[in-house]
Design a protein around this ligand. Structure first.
Ligand code: NCD
Ligand code: ZN
Length: 346
């Protein structure tokens, strides 16, 4: 058994409408808080829209849940610097998400001309608002497995040089280059997903193509996975939990042009426990899952606890996404850890 302070998920996709009610229940069962990504259709672009989305999330929670959604807004070429001040003053918005246009699911409104956002980034640096980056270039001539490293060299290095005090979370880091870049810059941090800690790209091609393991950034080779796992289990407060749980209907994944996204909210903490146990570092799970993210964002640590027990359970083949089923990560497989108790959270 392992008891931890109640964890938070610093990067999750909860969607909207009918799907929201189904997926938020999983996240709220395991986490006290979660940083909710803004890539709805249309995206959440203003503090006002974030406040409205937050209300819909709260209304979709299971009765009695104390779960707190932490909201983000979506940086576009037309975001106004004053929007940053409104976001900062709101106590609802805790980050601004940077998607290069076209990088991933629902990112069409993302940033096309970085120059257009210089004033916004300057305002963020000034008021202490965190930039959350999807760190991939979208240039189709760049190999998909290289897009993160090229982003660091051609975009992120420049942002860090121009705005040396800007707080930046490198979301869902997947490469040794990203780990190194974060370690070299104390104002940066990174979230790490369960799938990138547990799997390398070979898993996507295990006896056939595995659409449910396709996410963005795409899984990388084994040496990168090992670099991520070393960072996660290092005890460094710059690396913390962010599932990037991203639900899509089964039919949208099992398609000639399948959507990117792995759904892990149903088993997030057991999956991270498996990764940490694989290198004998369960003692470092609490910092990663429950302390470092809150510390980075300047929010109080949770006071409740959760208990993980080493006990086999089989992940269901499907969960509901409302009108359609979704296939969760590790569907039909046995996991070795389960959450057996969730204590009071304040
Ligand atoms: C995310 C989604 O489906 O919203 N998909 C993914 O593969 N991670 C978008 C994202 O975070 O890139
Ligand atoms: Zn994401």
């Amino acid at each position: 058994m392992l008891t931890l302070a109640t964890p938070d998920d610093w990067h999750v996709h909860l969607r909207d409408g009918e799907a929201l009610r189904h997926v938020v229940a999983h996240t709220a069962a395991g986490f006290a808080r979660a940083m909710v990504m803004p890539n709805l259709k249309p995206p959440v672009r203003t503090t006002q829209e974030a406040i409205q989305y937050r209300s819909r999330i709260l209304a979709a929670l299971p009765a009695g849940s104390q779960f707190q959604p932490l909201m983000t807004i979506y940086l576009t070429d037309s975001t106004e610097p004053d929007e940053i001040n409104r976001a900062k003053a709101s106590d609802v918005v805790f980050g601004v998400k940077y998607y290069p246009a076209g990088a991933t699911y629902n990112s069409d409104a993302g940033v096309r001309r970085l120059n257009a956002d210089m004033k916004v980034l300057a305002r963020m640096e000034e008021v202490g608002m965190t930039l959350q980056v999807h760190g991939e270039v979208t240039d189709s001539s760049v190999d998909p497995f290289d897009r993160e490293a090229v982003f660091i060299d051609t975009v992120l290095s420049d942002i860090v040089r121009r705005f040396p005090s800007l707080r930046i979370v490198f979301e869902h880091a997947t490469t040794r280059e990203a780990v190194q870049f974060v370690q070299d810059h104390p104002q940066l941090a990174a979230t790490l997903t369960p799938q990138h800690l547990l799997l390398s790209r070979s898993a996507m091609f295990d006896r056939g193509i595995r659409p449910h393991l396709y996410c963005l950034p795409i899984l990388k080779r084994e040496s990168h996975r090992q670099a991520l796992l070393a960072a996660a289990t290092s005890g460094s407060p710059q690396f913390f939990l962010g599932t990037d749980s991203a639900p899509h209907a089964q039919s949208a994944k099992e398609s000639a042009c399948g959507c990117a996204g792995v759904y892990s909210a149903h088993a997030a903490l057991p999956l991270y426990a498996e990764a940490f146990a694989s290198v004998g570092r369960l003692d470092r799970l609490e910092g990663f899952a429950s302390h470092f993210g809150a510390d980075y964002y300047g929010l109080p640590r949770n006071t409740g606890t959760v208990t993980l027990t080493q006990e086999d359970w089989i992940v269901p083949e499907h969960y509901s996404l409302g009108t359609q089923p979704l296939v969760p990560f590790r569907a039909g497989e046995t996991l070795a850890w389960r959450v057996t108790s969730v204590g009071e959270t304040v």
